[in-house]
Design a protein around this ligand. Sequence first.
Ligand code: DGY
Length: 323
Amino acid sequence: MSKPKVIVSRRWPEEVERHMSDVFDVQLNEDDHIMSAEEMKAALKSADAFCPTVTDAVNADVLGVEGATVKIIGSNGVGFNHIDLDAAKAAGLCVTNTPEVLTDCTADIAMTLLLTVARRTGEGERHVRAGEWVGWRPTHMMGTKVTGKTIGLIGFGRIARAMAQRAHHGFGMKVLFHDPYPPSDEDAKALGAEACDSIDDVLARSDFVSIHCPGGKETYHLMNAEMIGKMKPGAFLINSARGDVIDPDALIAALKAGTIAGAGLDVFEGEPKVPEALIAMENVVLLPHLGSASLETRVAMGMRVVDNLTAFFDDKEPQDKLV
Ligand code: DGY
């Protein structure tokens, strides 16, 4: 029997590409260019499976292409706001993602952002490299203590819970959260976490607010001027989820006014563009969407896609089926 034809949209770690090439008839993206909508449509018309990443806009226009042969979209990443699931369902396609395997690394990056912005370590490193350091003194580059403070989590899914684990058990922090689908009291208690009835309550009581909800229409600009205005004066905002959850103009205005103390951002609305105003601020930590970027995790994500496709072509239900 011939192997299913699979087209991947970007380069994947070598180990995964090798494994995929053994299992499927794979078309790799040798020069790692960003696929245009036209290229994605062509892929949908010539393969059995298409594997985008979280930066490929697999929208209704792409999914509605005439003469599609693809039966499954095996996305490489946990977030799926780049795929129009309704359009995929209407086209009779199966869509899968890669949860679980990136939970720890993404929580590690969220904690990195929090520590970096609070303790001014990015700024300190730039200071040393610029040859500006003149020695220790009691008033030099004082940051904000993290241990024992209160962290508020917007959303309490896998990554938020891994963040709570680090914050509570590693840094003795009090953990607050709001999630429309809260865990059992027992699960929350194990993480030292207290459920709040509203996001407003989380914002009003937290020294650090960390965003862990999905992106997309429902959470677009959730953190707008009004919501940022509800944060404690001097608090920090951390985002390792999706850029469009924060209104960048509102964030910049709050940082300029000094109503919040700083921000740690791994994701941006319209990335890779980053507002110049943020780049100019020392109290903002900016990372290039590194949440899942460890070799171990990126290999695990790729292998998870292979597992999903394999199950699908064996007429089994893929473990990460979204629709
Ligand atoms: C995801 O998987 O959704 C991340 O944003 C990239 O790893």
